[in-house]
Write a protein that binds this ligand. Structure first.
Ligand code: HEM
Ligand SMILES: [Cu+2]
Length: 555
């Protein structure tokens, strides 16, 4: 099986298409599964984005123009669910699937068939969630958080499909996490010790550890909700001795870690890109690893900062623990900047997206400290300030970092470079559009505009800022088109990228061909540091062009 399937010569086109399709449907190759994950997650991103644009259209001016309040409830619930669980999480898993085995020098994931199962569970789970739009009562409409008792009592099959679909994607996530952990701990090439694996691998490992703890809790919460809804249970029903705050604990014990689950691999992406375009090794490898572990550990103990106003949680503890996360996050930002310091900076598209991500993430982090402070949070609770904060960290942590990763590894996965010119258009449209969208949201929140409303009175004076936000959101939406155009244009070119198209790659994927062969390597260089591709270049130059003896993998 070749990696990029082409019609076989002499075979009728229909048969070739059928066998290509069959290859993809039955594949257990981690690279193909990674691409399936990335492609599907990106499709969900476009769907979630369309729902977002419909909401922005409705909020531009006072009065209801396009939909009633009920439909708006469906839109924000499905948008939040799609973006976090069907886009961001599987996108991170997709990058991990493609890159982790190559970066640790393994031929595939530890359990290739389980890997394929995870993908198909994710796809059908996601489609099950979307099916809600086709039911008479419409899609799930209780927010992405689905708080009991509202979610317990709300009628309609859309909510049941939402629960069923998320149970499937939950199983997918748990199986995927196990696969990553075993691959990283047990399938590394000789010489690839844990303090030599690329930081992206550490990002995926900490993501997987958190998934393994957090997703079963979500699964438990959803199962309890389904039992209450369908079988007449009373986990969350006060009149029967149940407790709705218990639902919030279960949900946020998953929900807070979830935001780091999606962000840590993308922190890994930045840590791979910045050294290459700074012409320097990453500053402070071990402190970066420590920061990953600290973020993972701390963020398992802050879930109740989403519950400050319930009156049911210890404010000083959860507030202080939330503040502490700023320390390892600060270490990361410091190290990225130190890596760039005095480097030979090359502002390619992946580098621009990386620097933009850091800048915007710092802004989001600062407003995070504000909402982690209970006296401020009591004021910001349920206002647009929260919407602004969450998009500030999530869009940068997942979307702009994802674009950085796309431009960086697209040549590796396809053998073709993406247009730098279109990439820069993509970058500036996103950075400028994003700012015009999110900064007004902060101000609207400070002025008291509530979240999750389809309409507001003209007398509030909120219209001008909402117009600006909608213009910003439109720029963001349009800014995605250059990326799509770049992909289409690139795929029409011949796949002729060399193994290290950027020049200066550090990790093992830059040693093998673009795209890599089945099982990734015909030959592996000796691994003596966290930069085997760099070591190989140095050793080859020293030996007058003769590559050092490594490990043959083609026997
Ligand atoms: C790409 C441009 C995006 C736009 C224009 C956008 C817009 C919106 C809007 C208008 C709302 C509804 C706010 C409300 O009425 O309360 C919303 C909610 C939300 N968005 Fe986005 N969004 C975008 C991207 C994302 C991304 C990438 C993520 C996550 C990775 C995300 C996660 C959420 C969540 C979790 C909610 C809250 C849903 C709820 O209240 O249950 N959004 N977004
Ligand atoms: Cu949180």
């Amino acid at each position: 099986m070749s990696d990029v399937a082409r019609p076989l010569e002499g075979q009728p086109a229909g048969m070739a298409l059928r066998s290509t399709l069959w290859d993809w449907l039955t594949t257990v190759d981690h690279k193909r599964i990674g691409l399936l994950y990335v492609g599907t997650a990106f499709w969900f991103f476009l769907v979630g984005g369309l729902l977002a644009m419909a909401m922005r259209a409705e909020l531009t001016e006072p009065g209801l123009q396009f939909m009633d309040a009920g439909r708006y409830n469906e839109l924000f619930s499905m948008h939040g669910t799609i973006m976090l669980l069907l886009f961001a999480t599987p996108m991170a898993v997709g990058f991990g699937n493609y890159l982790v085995p190559i970066q640790v020098g393994a031929p595939d994931m530890a359990f290739p068939r389980l890997n394929a199962l995870s993908y198909w569970l994710f796809l059908f789970g996601g489609l099950t969630v979307l099916l809600g739009f086709l039911t008479a009562g419409g899609a799930a409409n209780n927010g992405w958080t689905a708080y009991a008792p509202l979610s317990q009592e709300s009628p309609g099959a859309g909510m049941d499909l939402w629960i069923a679909g998320l149970l499937l994607t939950g199983v997918s996530a748990i199986a995927g996490a196990i696969n990553f952990i075993v691959t990283i701990l047990a399938s590394r090439a000789p010489g690839m010790t844990m303090v030599r694996v690329p930081l992206f691998v550490w990002g995926v490992l900490t993501m997987a550890l958190m998934m393994l703890i957090a997703f079963p809790t979500l699964t438990a919460a959803l199962s309890a909700l389904a039992i209450d809804r369908i079988l007449g249970g009373n986990f969350f029903d006060v009149s029967q001795g149940g407790n709705p705050v218990f639902y919030q604990h279960l949900f946020w014990f998953f929900g807070h870690p979830e935001v780091y689950i999606v962000i840590l691999p993308f922190f890994g992406v930045l840590s791979e890109i910045i050294p290459v375009f700074s012409g320097k090794p990453l500053f402070g490898y071990r402190s970066m690893v420590l920061a990953f572990l600290l973020i993972a550990a701390l963020s398992m103990s802050v879930w109740a900062h989403h519950m400050f106003t319930t009156g049911a949680v210890n404010l000083p503890f959860f507030s202080a623990a939330s503040f502490l996360i700023a320390i390892p996050t600060g270490i990361k930002v410091f190290n990225w900047i130190a890596t760039m310091w005095h480097g030979h900076l090359r502002f390619t598209t992946p580098m621009l997206f990386s620097v933009g991500t850091i800048y915007l993430f710092v802004v989001g982090g600062i407003t995070g400290i504000m909402v982690a402070s209970p006296p401020l949070d009591f004021g910001f609770q349920d206002t647009y300030f929260v919407v602004a904060h969450l998009h500030n960290v999530l869009i940068t942590g997942t979307v702009t970092a994802m674009f950085a990763g796309f431009y960086f590894w697209f040549p590796k996965a396809t053998g073709r470079m993406l247009s730098e010119r279109l990439g820069k258009l993509n970058f500036w449209a996103w950075i400028i559009g994003f700012s015009f969208m999110v900064l007004p949201w902060y101000q609207l929140g400070a002025e008291g505009m509530p979240r999750r409303i389809a309409d507001y009175g003209a007398a509030t004076g909120w219209e001008p800022l909402n117009v600006v936000a909608t213009v910003g959101a439109s720029l963001v939406a349009l800014g995605t088109l250059p990326f799509l155009a770049a992909v289409v244009l690139a795929l029409r070119q011949p796949p002729d990228a060399p193994p290290d198209p950027w020049g200066g790659g550090n990790s093992l994927e830059w040693v093998t061909t673009s795209p890599p062969p089945e099982h990734n390597f015909r030959w592996l260089p000796p691994i003596r540091s966290e930069r085997p591709a760099y070591d190989l270049r140095v050793a080859t130059r020293a030996a007058g062009g003769q590559a050092p003896e490594g490990e043959r993998r083609d026997g």
